[in-house]
Ligand binder design. Structure first.
Ligand code: 1CP
Length: 354
């Protein structure tokens, strides 16, 4: 029997394959015509997330079209507040709306320990995707990090200036930390269930890392993330976890060293080669600008991708964007990006020979 190499898992483990694996954040979504078509008929966004057949189909769409090396299960970071009892609604053009949490009473009334039951359809979808995904491709399970998820709960939605979060921390930090602790425990349970359903790797999205006050970063980001990593690995020692602390800036080294994550996604504010020199043993994921992918010409996309590939040559790397793909991104640009990454070794040989 020939064992198919999973270059994605290898890269997360720090191994270097003939080319880096590629997937892109938000790869299942509105830039894809087949997603828009299915979404139109699915009713609400949560209907789509909680219908295992549809969620499986949407997860596989970008793999069929572009052959990415990993699929990410189609769900959302806000299903955890949903399982805690929050009213959750995704308004067209406005983003998510949730019940606001702003007092001890609100935190105490959260309904803990229900994710196993409430989020069952997500686990069924994972099982289905794994059964239908070829064995050389990996399946990524995910959750939001507690700080990022808490910002949506405390602000009552997205697109926020974090004023309510900052006020809450200032006035009653201990209650806010209770909310963080609840999210840690729920997230551990949720991620373990995803592994048990068939997820091969996990990603923790800390999309609002840049919004935490610097003096609170230990308690709100490093410590809760480390706790999740340790508790998940206690139960599943083989699992690898990618952290994506968007906007972490100068704290990137501390984030990696203090959380114990195995690989780190970096946003496009970084020079990836520079970060790689600072963190030589760590697998980096990233970091093509989603604006270049959306607005660049074919030549600009190829040039920007090759620049990243050259910087990461011989270093553990997963090719990705610095943040989620934008809905206006042309299909052709994604095709060019994938071809560039796949053909990199040959193009390098040609350039070196000539
Ligand atoms: O109707 C629609 O199509 C809704 C748009 C949408 C989609 C496609 C939302 C609402 N969520 C998702 C899917 C989703 N969300 C996935 C799976 C798809 C994939 O990646 O292929 C994932 C991994 C997420 C994760 C997510 N949700 C994050 C972290 C990643 C990031 O972009 O930083 C965050 C912050 C959310 C919250 C959220 N959910 C939806 C929206 C529009 C938002 C962002 C709101 C805001 O701007 O604050």
């Amino acid at each position: 029997m020939v064992l198919t190499e999973r270059i994605f898992i290898n890269a997360v483990k720090g191994k270097i394959s003939s080319r880096p694996p590629i997937w892109i954040m938000r790869q299942a979504g509105r830039y894809l015509p087949e997603y828009r078509e299915l979404r139109k008929n699915a009713g609400s966004f949560l209907n789509l997330c909680f219908n295992p057949d549809l969620a499986c189909e949407v997860t596989l769409q970008p793999i069929r079209r572009f052959g990415f090396d990993a699929a990410i299960i189609f769900s959302d970071i806000l299903v955890i507040p949903y399982s805690l009892g929050s009213d959750l609604d995704y308004m067209e053009g406005e983003g998510p709306k949730l019940s606001r949490i702003n007092s001890t009473k609100d935190v105490e009334s959260l309904k803990c320990g229900r994710s196993k039951e409430k989020l069952k359809p997500v686990f069924s979808a994972i099982k289905k995707v794994r059964e239908n995904l070829s064995s050389d491709k990996s399946l990524i399970g995910f959750a939001g990090a507690p700080w990022t998820v808490s910002t949506y709960m405390v602000e009552g939605g997205g697109g926020h200036d974090f004023e309510n979060c900052k006020k809450f921390i200032k006035e009653d930090k201990n209650t806010y930390l209770k909310l963080i602790e609840i999210l840690v425990l729920e997230t551990v349970e949720y991620l373990c269930m995803q592994i048990e359903a068939g997820a091969d790797v996990l990603q923790i999205f800390e999309s609002w890392a840049g919004a935490v006050p610097q003096e609170n970063i230990e308690e709100f980001i490093y410590h809760p993330t480390k706790k999740i990593v340790c508790k998940v690995k206690e139960k599943h020692p083989q699992i690898k976890i990618i952290g994506f602390p968007k906007g972490i800036g100068k704290n990137i080294n501390d984030y990696v060293n203090k959380t114990g994550i195995d690989a780190v996604g970096i946003d496009d504010s970084f020079d990836i080669g520079e970060v790689s020199r600072q963190l030589p043993g760590t697998t980096l994921q990233g970091n093509l600008s989603n604006e270049i992918l959306a607005n660049g010409s074919a030549e600009e996309v190829e040039k920007a991708a090759i620049e990243i590939l050259d910087k990461m040559k011989g270093r553990p790397h997963i090719f990705n964007l610095g943040h989620g793909i934008l809905p206006k991104t042309p299909m052709e640009n994604v095709e060019i990006l994938v071809e560039t990454v796949r053909g990199y070794k040959e193009s390098l040989n040609e350039r070196e020979a000539g």
